[in-house]
Each structure stands twice: as structure tokens, then as C-alpha cells.
Design a protein around this ligand. Sequence first.
Ligand code: ATP
Length: 553
Amino acid sequence: MAKSAADMEKIVALCKRRGFIFQSSEIYGGIGGFWDYGPLGCELKRNIKDAWWNDMVRNPPPGPGGVEYQMVGVDCSIIMNPRVWEASGHVGGFSDPMVDDKETKQRFRADQLQSVHFRQPEDHEGLFQRLGAMYRNELYSTTIPIATIVATSASEAVSILEGNEKKMIRGFERKGPFELDEDGLTYCAPAVNRTGNEGWLDVYPVSVDTLQRLHDKIPSPFSGKAGSLTAPREFNLMFQTHVGALQDAASVAYLRPETAQGIFANFKNVLDTSRVKIPFGIAQIGKAFRNEINPRNFTFRSREFEQMEIEFFCKPDTSRSWYEFWRNVRLKWYESLGIKSDKLRPREQGPDELAHYSDACTDIEYLFPFADEPQELEGVAHRGCFDLSQHGKFAKGKDDAFAVLDEDTRERFVPHVIEPSAGVDRFALAVITEAYTFDETRASPEFMRFHPRLAPVKAAVFPLVAKDGLPEIAEPIYRAIKKEFPCQYDAKQSIGKRYARMDEAGTPFCFTIDGQTREDGTVTVRDRDDASQIRIDKSRCLEYVRDKLPLSS
Ligand code: ATP
């Protein structure tokens, strides 16, 4: 855990130092949950979006059994008629239960509270061992903890606690390490209390229901004092604004919390104007906004972020095979761009996690250094006919207003939808994390091993010295490469420093023009990953970059 936290700190520091990601409005102290991409970061994001658009929209892989299908794009407005969000369920249901601390004025998500209990063996006489998780659930939904911690998991709570024990659990002394109990939920460590009694410290999640009943008795995670927490209350995650001059209830509108609804609202427009036929997909890349309660983990949970979403429309009886198809395509796409499969996993949601209209959903998850468990990069959901039926009902008064004709059976049906929905920023963070490499045997130990397709700068051209006719040879090479690929030219500083800068930017190839170039017309090509060098003819530099850079996966 400690190593991971250190890795994350190094990654965040490199992102700032090299201009990948900055805090938004940093000169004014920043603003929580908003981030700016600098020169290298915006090229990286652009490459991610281009790769997605190219591989999913312009040149998607053949469907199940080799079937061809069409993919088209849209680019919808961020603010839409608020009825869209009533139909989608976001006005009524897009909320998280929140708890406020009335004293410190801080707020947290009710499902992200962990408790610390002191358990003495004689209190429970073996019940604990016999009934395990069930007993603990019973016990901790009625007993008041000695402390609470805001954390997404008990293991995250343990690392927070380990760093701050003296203050958080004054009067208790831990006598051994925390270990995960058999129930897979609780971390336990042997401890003694202030009167010298032996027992265990248990770190266990607090349920929303327990908070509802005991909120005025549970100690605050911020002040440690009881009596200041409110009961959990629903908090809508959509950002509100007003359209027009009047700021009244009739002018309320929302910044879209997802790009998907713009696609559904345009389903009929696209069908009528672009000669697409079921099965087909509509794709969109764009900004989405969520007033997240607890933005954290760098860009992972932001309040403004970009999504890459596909709504794929198909016949109900083929929907299961399209669902499996898209789940596999999306997983392979991440692997093709250098995300190692041991950090990537598809996780099929259990029946209790699924939305009421959803038949199936797989989260594609990546193991970031800030978490013990893989975290969602993308959700691939089988949404049935929920969205088109809802918009049919809300916009036209009929569930089947957006039904289409099955040309074989001559029957009308509302298409079913498979939705692969990915976050650009989360993938960018995964790409940065995966690329970050530390090798102390190198002159520049930190370097970014980006997949060449995603690397923000593809090549650099260096005259070894800025004299002796070398710039005159280097400049035309640079101009030729930059017509096709992002390329940098640098004639200053020692060659080692220039390589180091390019390594940190993740530039795969550096061409160096030296004294030998004048004699035999060859230049050095240095490879970022193994720092090996070969010589090629100076006329072949552009061709070399072209050969090494696949345009698709
Ligand atoms: P989470 O459970 O992590 O909040 P979600 O299930 O609400 O995510 P979706 O509504 O399925 O997310 O959105 C699709 C994708 O959009 C996510 O897989 C993620 O990549 C991205 N995304 C969602 N919320 C955020 C956020 N606050 N910051 C950055 N990216 C986000």
C-alpha cells in the first residue's frame, strides 16, 4: 500500500512537472474536482479519442459471425431540454445519500464510511467465531464505534488509520498488524484498551441503514465527536443552470451528466437521415459533468470529464450476442493500446448491482496504484429497450414511438441497446500509470513507455551541436516529420539532457545528427525503451517513424 501511494505521488508530480495535467485555476488555489491538460496531456487525450473514433466508428471490427454493421457519430449540445433528464431518470434518481457534519461543515457519501470497533473476546463468548460475518453485522449495526473514517473500502481505512493512529484511536494500543478476516470485509488487529484489557480492533464498513438509525451517536470522521452528523440525505449529482434571462423554476436546465442521452434523443434523426439499418451504433465523444461529492484520486473521479460512448441498437433476440461482442471488443482495445492484462479485468455485475431495466453489465476495470481493487474504466451495459421506450413515452406519449420495422417478420419492435461507455480521463490516467517506468540504471530514471499510437510526441530531432552545419541537416528532417507526426526540435543542452526530456514525455524515437552525418549521411536513431541506438540514412527518418507507428490496433 505504501509503495502504491508513493507511485501515485511520483506520477502526479511528473504530470505537473512535464505538463500533462495541472490543477484547474491553480493560480487561485484550484477548484476541487476540475483539472486542466497541458501541452503533453492534451496531445495524449487527443490520441486516445482519435484511436477510439478510428477503431470503433470509422473502422470497427466485424460483428458476431463476421457480420458487417454501421457505426456513425453525433456531437450533441451539453445543455438539453430538461425533460430529457426526467425521461432518463436522472432528475428523480441520479443521487447519492450524503451525510453532513453540522459542526465542521464537511460532507461525505453515506456508503463510504468505515468504523473502528474494539471487540473483547469475553463479551461475545464464541458467538463471533461461530456466526462470523452475520454476527458482526448484527453487532456493529447496534454498537457505537470508537472512531469512523471516510474511505471507499475497509483496506483504505486501514491505511488511513495506520498513518494517524495516535490521534484517531487515542487510548487504544495496537499490538500487531491488521489482517483481513475470513468474512473478507473486516480488518482485525490485536490491541489493548486503556485499562489493559486485550481484544481486537475491527475496521468494518458502516451501512447506510446503520447511519440512518445511529447518526446522532456515531463519532464524526472529521472531529471524532458524536452528535454532529445528519441522517443520510439524497443529493442530486447534476449541475444546475438557468437558460435565458429569468432565473426561475421554469428556466432550470442541467449540464449533461452523460453523453448517452443526446444519442437517444437523436435516434430518429439519425435513422431518418443516414440510411443506417438495425443493427447499427451511434457514437459520441464529449464532456459530462457530475457534482461528485468526493472528487478524488487525481483525475479518476472529477466533476468535469469526457466520455466516449456508443449506443448500439439491435434486435432483442440478438442482443445477448452483441453484448458479448462489445464486451470482448472493448477489453481487447485496452490491451491493444498497451494496458497489461494482469491489471485489467472484466467484472460482470451481480444481479443486485444491476439497474432494474438492465439484463447484464460488465465493468472493465484497471488496477490503479491508489486502490487495492481494480476500478472502473468503462461499463458495457445491456440496457434492453429502456431508454428508447422512456423517450417514446415522455416525448411522444407512447412507449413504442421509436419502434422500427423488422423487415423479415413485418413486425415493429423497440430496438434493444448495448452501451459501451468509457471515460477518456480515466483511460488517460491508466495510460499514464501504465507508461510510468522507473529504472535507476538509466541516466534519466523516470520515463514514460507510452504505446507509440498514444505517445504525445512521436519523434524528436537533435543536431548534436548547434553549429558546424548540423542544424542545416537537422531542420529539413524535422520539417518533413512534423508534417505527419507531432515532432520536436531541440538544439540546446547536452544530448543526455535532451534524451532525458524526451524520455519523460514518452517520445519513442530521437534522431541525432552528428559529425558522422556530414561524412556518410547517416543519423542515429535512439529507442526510448532500451536506449539502444542504430544508424540509418538521413533520408529514411520520416519513413522510419511511419513504419513503427501503427495507425490502428
Ligand atoms: P463510478 O461508479 O465510478 O461513479 P459510473 O458507473 O457512475 O462510475 P458511468 O455512469 O457508467 O460511471 O459512466 C461511464 C464512464 O464515465 C465510467 O466508466 C468512467 O470511465 C467515466 N466516469 C464516470 N464518472 C466519472 C467521474 N466522476 N470522473 C471521471 N470519469 C468518470
